[in-house]
Design a protein around this ligand. Structure first.
Ligand code: 5RP
Length: 226
């Protein structure tokens, strides 16, 4: 989709020589990776940390040098996609199942740029089912605890098998009517013992780059992120 492409490509302009860059996951970030590949062929020198096995493979294809997170002190900039972005730049992420690695990499980053097409901008989070990464042990109990928060909790499937994350865990997609208080919900979900993390990213984005249907790109800055 053209609006994803123009947003993803624009974010690559923020990457400069010598940076350690976090690489998000998804079809919008794909265009960032492809553009970074072009810039590397023209002489840009960076090292990158990938947030998923899928992104690792794409980075290799585009000639982007990867390093493990364990080998970096800090990440200068991470560029990632989102499933929803609210007016305060709180996010739902994890549609592609990579939310846990994405959140760890975002946490290790000085700046987080979100790339999205304009369909991702919402007044209030929650139309997109919130992905929650859950350990396999006691899964049925954890599912009941998630349902107890007032959502329809649906285990993610891959064909006729349970979907497994890159970390070997399950994903539960939780449909809430809306999420008026994302911070409270984030805490309540992560207080459930079988939950590893959920796809709410609160106060993390520093810049949101939006690709619009009319071919323009908007850059929206947040005042709230760290
Ligand atoms: C993966 C994610 C993605 O960033 C999110 O799903 C957006 O993907 P896309 O750019 O393909 O719409 O959070 O876990």
């Amino acid at each position: 989709m053209e609006s994803k492409k123009i947003a993803g490509e624009r974010a690559a302009d923020y990457v400069s020589d010598g940076m350690v860059v976090g690489l998000g996951t998804g079809s919008t970030v794909y265009w960032t990776l492809s553009r970074l590949g072009e810039k590397i062929r023209q002489g840009l020198s960076i090292r990158a940390v990938a947030t998923s096995i899928q992104t690792e493979a794409l980075a290799k294809k585009f000639g982007i040098a990867l390093i493990p997170l364990s080998e970096v002190e800090t990440i200068d900039l991470t560029i990632d996609g989102a499933d929803e972005v609210d007016p305060e730049w709180n996010l739902i992420k994890g549609g592609g199942g990579a939310l846990l690695r994405e959140k760890i990499v975002a946490d290790a980053s000085k700046r987080l740029i979100i790339v999205a097409d304009e369909s991702k901008l919402v007044h209030s989070l929650g139309k997109f089912p919130l992905p929650v990464e859950v350990v396999r042990f006691g899964f049925e109990w954890t599912l009941r605890r998630l349902s107890g928060l007032g959502c329809v909790a649906k285990p993610r499937q891959s064909g006729d098998k349970p979907y497994l994350t890159d970390n070997g865990n399950f994903i539960v997609d939780c449909s809430f009517e809306s999420i008026p208080r994302p911070r409270d919900l984030h805490r309540k979900i992560n207080d459930i013992p079988g939950v590893i993390d959920n796809g709410l990213f609160i106060d993390r984005a520093n810049l949101v780059i939006v690709g619009c249907l009319d071919g323009t790109v908007k850059e929206l800055s947040s005042r709230k992120a760290k």
